[in-house]
Design a protein around this ligand. Structure first.
Ligand SMILES: O=C1C[C@@](O)(C(=O)O)C[C@@H](O)[C@@H]1O
Length: 469
């Protein structure tokens, strides 16, 4: 559902039409946001001209809304909306059966925090006791685990319930609403036009998260990250799940405390996560098992929950990066066709010794390269690399030099690049770093981070589901 909080009737009508075009099932109009609201005239226009079933909300200040006037007048306006058929249409479309007369949503908003599941359950019971047809409880997420409190109550609610946890950390409460029996969920028409913090856009809900396919038995996965939203993995995984018809969804998890996250989301239908900064180390401590290769590398990026509930960590970065580099080398004629890997025998220079650097160094060694790791503290420095001369070397950069906003700098000067036949850069933004631009100009094959992303994601998909992505 899309909620409209414009200040004039005309603006609301425009947004209602947009909401329909985008694919919303229902629109909510927030009467308390209208300036100079004239109930008889405005409601008649809004309800009669709404292209979608319409939910009318007139929220007072004490419930987090903007209406400050007389309580009787507020209730009169809601009764009028009912007579004009707003709720009638709404129920008709949602239940797909004729309601006796109309339905009432009684809501409670908590803009400070999320109480315990027990307290939410008591609140839901009190709301139900008012004679509400539909209970709506909106709380505020201080942590992603707050969503679990709402899920626990919503899934067992005897009457229809809308449970949402507002804020960035509450995103999963909106996306997973159908999984936990939610009556409806909210989305924004477009980025920046949200009616409550943390709302996804209708487009993301429908196209990125495949919202219409989410059911109670849908398995869920995601990427644990902080801040949230930079990863392209949800795009990759949800497209893969949809293409093979897998009943699963992959989300952004904005996680503050990794242990609390894994302790809270321990259901069998939570299948695991990808892991990125800043959680890679903290997550390792929560694992029941670490795959021997991830252990050897000393870095992981993929966590799977086995059917017995145990968490296992894997490293798929080394396969993703190395196979992207191998494919790049295959474009060159100079590759020895008889060798098991086009990397075999090459001098492989890896810049950086963090998780990605360690993964590349391990992968390179497995393929028979002579690996040189370059960083500030071990092996050799960037200055020394400039004097490294052997034809046909391979360079993999994993340090952040050249990353946005410092796009004018580069880890290796252009003149030193002429000895490399391939350059890989693990930086996402910008895609065309100065390093890659100059490598291309000197005639090297270049390999982007996205090539690695796709391949490491494919391996994660295999680990999660046993199916190729
Ligand atoms: O390299 C990546 C990409 C990633 O960080 C992302 O942004 O989606 C997810 C990680 O699991 C993986 O190691």
């Amino acid at each position: 559902m899309y909620s409209i909080d414009r200040t004039t009737v005309d603006q609301m009508l425009i947004e209602m039409r947009k909401a329909k075009e985008i694919g919303a099932d229902v629109v909510e109009i927030r009467l308390d946001c209208l300036r100079n609201f004239s109930p008889h005239q405005d409601l008649e226009i809004l309800i009669k001209r709404s292209p979608l079933p319409t939910l009318v909300t007139y929220r007072p200040v004490w419930e987090g809304g903007q209406y400050e006037g007389d309580e009787n007048k507020r209730q009169d306006a809601l009764r009028l909306a009912m007579q004009l058929g707003a709720t009638h249409d709404f129920n008709n479309s949602i239940h797909r059966k004729k309601p006796e007369n109309f339905k009432v949503i009684v809501s409670s908003h908590n803009f400070h925090n999320t109480p315990s599941a027990e307290a939410i359950g008591n609140l839901a019971a009190r709301i139900q006791a008012t004679g509400a047809d539909i209970v709506k409880i909106a709380t505020t997420a201080l942590d992603i685990t707050d969503c679990a409190q709402i899920f626990r109550i919503m899934v067992h609610s005897q009457i229809p319930m809308i449970g949402i946890v507002m804020g960035e950390r509450g995103l999963i409460s909106l996306v997973l609403s159908p999984k936990f029996g939610g009556y409806l969920t909210y989305s924004a028409l477009e980025a920046g036009a949200i009616s409550a913090p943390g709302q996804p856009t209708a487009k993301d809900l429908l196209d990125l998260y495949n919202f219409r396919l989410i059911r109670p038995d849908t398995k869920f996965y995601g990427i644990i990250e902080k801040p949230v939203g930079h990863s392209k993995s949800p795009l990759l995984f949800n497209a893969a799940f949809k293409s093979v018809g897998l009943n699963a969804v992959y989300l952004h998890f904005l996680v503050d405390d990794v242990k609390m996250f894994f302790d809270t989301y321990s259901r069998p239908d939570f299948g695991g996560t990808s892991c990125t900064i800043p959680h890679k180390e903290a997550a390792l401590k929560c694992m029941d098992e670490i795959d021997p290769i991830a252990k050897k590398i000393g870095a992981m990026n993929n966590i799977c929950r086995r059917p017995d509930g145990k968490l296992t960590a894997f490293n798929t970065d080394y396969i993703g990066a190395i196979s992207a580099i191998e494919d790049g080398l295959r474009e060159l004629n100079s590759v020895n066709p008889g060798a098991s890997s086009p990397l075999a025998g090459k001098l492989f220079v890896v810049l950086g010794a963090g998780g990605a650097g360690k993964s590349l160094a391990y992968g390179g060694a497995q393929k028979g390269t002579r690996v040189v790791v370059v960083n500030r503290t071990i092996a050799m420095t960037l200055e020394e690399v400039e004097h490294f001369l052997e034809e046909g070397m391979v360079l993999a950069n994993t340090i952040s030099v050249g990353m946005k906003p410092h796009i004018d700098v580069t880890p290796i000067p252009k003149h030193a690049l002429k000895h490399y036949c391939l350059v890989f850069n693990a930086i996402y933004t910008p895609k065309d770093t100065r390093l890659l631009r100059e490598a291309k100009e000197t005639g090297a094959v270049i390999v982007y981070r996205t090539e690695m992303l796709i391949r490491q994601g494919f391996e994660q998909c295999l680990n999660f589901t046993g199916l190729p992505g």
